[in-house]
Design a protein around this ligand. Sequence first.
Ligand code: C2O
Length: 516
Amino acid sequence: CKIRHYHFAVVLKNATKLCATKAIVTVNGKFPGPTLYAREGDNMLVRVTNHVHYNVTIHWHGVRQLRTGWSDRPAYITQCPIQPGQNFVYNFTLTGQRGTLLWHAHISWLRTTMHGAIVILPKKGEWWKADTEAVVNQAMQTGLPPNISDAHTINGRPGPVPNCSVDDAYTLHVETGKTYLLRVVNAAVNDELFFKIAYHNLTVVEVDAAYTKPYNTDTLFLGPGQTTTALLKADQGIGKYLIAISPFMDTIVAVDNVTGLGYLRYNRTLAFTPTTLVSIPSVNATPVTSVFSDSLRSLNSKAYPANVPLTVDHSLFFTIGVGINPCATCINGSRVVASINVSFIMPTEALLQAHYYGINGVFTDDFPGKPLMPFDYTCTPPSNLQTNIGTKVYRLAYNSTVQLVIQGNIIIAPESHPTHLHGSNFFVVGRGVGNFDPEKDPSKFNLVDPIERNTVSVPTAGWAAIRFTADNPGVWFFHCHLEVHTTWGLKMAFLVEDGEGPNESIEPPTSDLPKC
Ligand code: C2O
């Protein structure tokens, strides 16, 4: 294992997209930001220096941060942001994970332009299907909600938008007969995305830095923050094929200007070869998203067993509400119209700091494990019944096990809430449509090889059940990764207490911890 040093300078940089130039906040002047390469077990030291006039913080989405919660850094949850002119060194070790993860800014909506990938190669000497070091391709995209976004991009490139950027498309050059490993990261802010390459199948082998059983499909589906590594066999001989990234929430069926486009091009193909059109899942493609999500299984091999908790200490039921809220309030300048049992109010001091130093009055630990007012989640019109607001955490004893059913509400737009847990992966033991049935549904849970993830798509008017072990002391954010919903209050935090043993408590913070 190695110590890897990186320097992230947060700087403004002019970017020209869609025929217009503006200054954006970047890491090292790059968009997307730098890719970090490391091996399992490596110690990462990332010095972040803030040269812009905004507070910033970087979050390593899905990195477990075992006992190093100080480096997790959603603003005001684990610590205060890095102020203009300040530095902070993130110090964490990549334990028990291999594959692709996202890193992104975790304050306001800065992740729009500040994000990149982390590639964790397996420990040397272990089996892997492809030569990961030689063949690394990424497809990344970013975007705003459909009403204010002008394009989705692949590796920062918007693709052939009519009358503009015609030549600015991402192109993946391939040789016939070779197999390529694609690392696909959904870095969009508010869109779940389909990923498709015309006339090519993909074999998923890893999601969210956990190996999967190989799964063959022609369409990938990724919520924001989710990652998927898939093998692509270049078996078409010659030609230039469209790669399409299309939002689940897009109301236009055909390829349109919110579809990010790129090309897969065989090396003997002439530039003028016409591209082959790709069909993409249409609006209301919930079944396509479910088939994809429900087909994924943990590899669950001898070397990488799926350690699903078989007993449950805390059985929780969280309901998601978004919409017209009778109790809608404007608190600290933001609208609070979304909830997960409770509408979360952002603190002005960080929860982890308050917990560690015993500062009272920053949060309460009375987060309800059940909704205060259960209702029929499939009825129309949607009723958003959160009746409670506050900065509340749910307390978990060290090493206790959790089963959490997240019940989605019916919503007008087709979207599933990509719900993300910091500090632990979880197993998705069940998913279903309609109201969760506590009598019947648990008997169908997969406790053998459920997929391990850090972000789960809770289906439209349906539910997802997850299990995890609270073996990471600290304060861990749990929220919808659609930034708009996070901002509206669809978020909460778990407080995992220290254990009694020698390596069972959070490590002390370093002296460069930013002040509020
Ligand atoms: Cu990817 Cu709380 O974040």
